[in-house]
Each structure stands twice: as C-alpha cells, then as structure tokens.
Design a protein. Structure first.
Length: 186
C-alpha cells in the first residue's frame, strides 16, 4: 500500500508538471484532485488501523513517513493553485531543515525511481472490482454492513484474474465478504 501510494504520487507529479509545461492549467488540476481522492478514500482509509496503533512499531512509522512524504509533495505541486491551503499543510509537516514556506521550496522533480506502473495497474484493477461490487450492492439494496457469503468475479483477462486472486484479502475486506466461507471465483 505504501509503495503504491508513493508511485501514484509520482504519477501525479509527472502529470501536473507536463500540463504546466504545456501551459494547460485545466489539465494540471485534474491529477491533483484525483490524487487527493485516491489518498483520502483508499490509502488513508485502508491504513487507518496502522495510524491508530497504540504501540510504536516499524509499520506505524512507515505509514506516517509515507503519508508525510506524499502530503509534502502534494503541497509542493498544488502550491501554485491553492497557495494558502498548501501553506497550512506545509507548515504542519515542515521539519527544522526545510524552508520556512512552501513558496520558498523548489517545485518537485518527478522521481522515476519511486514509480511502479505494474503495482499501479494492479491496484487500479482491484479498486475497479471493488467499485463494481459496491455498485451491485447498492443496486440490490444490500447494506455494506451485511456480509456476503462469497463473491464471483468474471474477467476474460488472465492477468487481471491473477491480480484479483492475489489481492483477494483486500477485495473481501472492502466488499465485506464472510471470511469463513470465502470463495473467490473468477
């Protein structure tokens, strides 16, 4: 999850930078909005238990370090568009060795080493399956808190099938499938 959000963050940096270099302000804003939604509705929500652990362990520290990095990069990328909000975010994240203001920082450079396009694709497939599952729950008035006995996923794509089976735990948790009798068919 950490590696995925770091990769998605760098994708956002790359897309916003490319749009700004083309003087396309409208196209530059969309990746920021999409990243904020992804960060809030997937990474932070899925990492909630990690953040609220009472003990200080490596996993909790990694989660906080990852969140700090992506929020810092988000504030740097979004500073030209929402200067006051990004300044407030930056001030809350600022370390002693960092410039006094987000507006005194260099614009971030795309870090290709943090990208994992395969992982981004895998998580996009899982998020799409979860989205479709939630839509079906809604269509048939099945409350989210009501556990399902099983889920059946259908795809012609062998690669996607393998990913969905690999990420079975995330799917069953997100769609509230009874773990005792879980059978994930594809």
């Amino acid at each position: 999850l950490d590696q995925w959000v770091l990769s998605v963050c760098e994708t956002m940096v790359m897309q916003v930078t490319a749009a700004l270099e083309a003087y396309d302000m409208v196209r530059a804003i969309a990746p920021i909005v999409e990243f904020i939604d992804t960060l809030n509705n997937w990474y932070i929500r899925r990492s909630r238990r990690r953040f609220w652990k009472s003990e200080n362990d490596g996993d909790k520290d990694e989660a906080y370090a990852t969140l700090n990095r992506v929020l810092t990069r988000l504030s740097l990328v979004a500073a030209p568009f929402i200067p006051f909000t990004t300044e407030a975010i930056y001030q809350n994240l600022r370390g002693k060795d960092m410039p006094e203001s987000v507006h005194l920082c260099d614009y971030p450079e795309y870090d290709e080493g943090r990208r994992d396009e395969e992982l981004e694709w895998k998580m996009a497939a899982v998020r799409h399956a979860v989205s479709m599952g939630r839509a079906l729950r809604n269509q048939y008035n099945l409350k989210t808190r009501q556990p399902l006995k099983a889920i059946h996923l259908v795809t012609k794509d062998a690669k996607e099938r393998a990913v969905l089976l690999e990420m079975k735990d995330i799917l069953t948790e997100e769609l509230n499938v009874d773990r005792k009798s879980t059978r994930l068919n594809s």
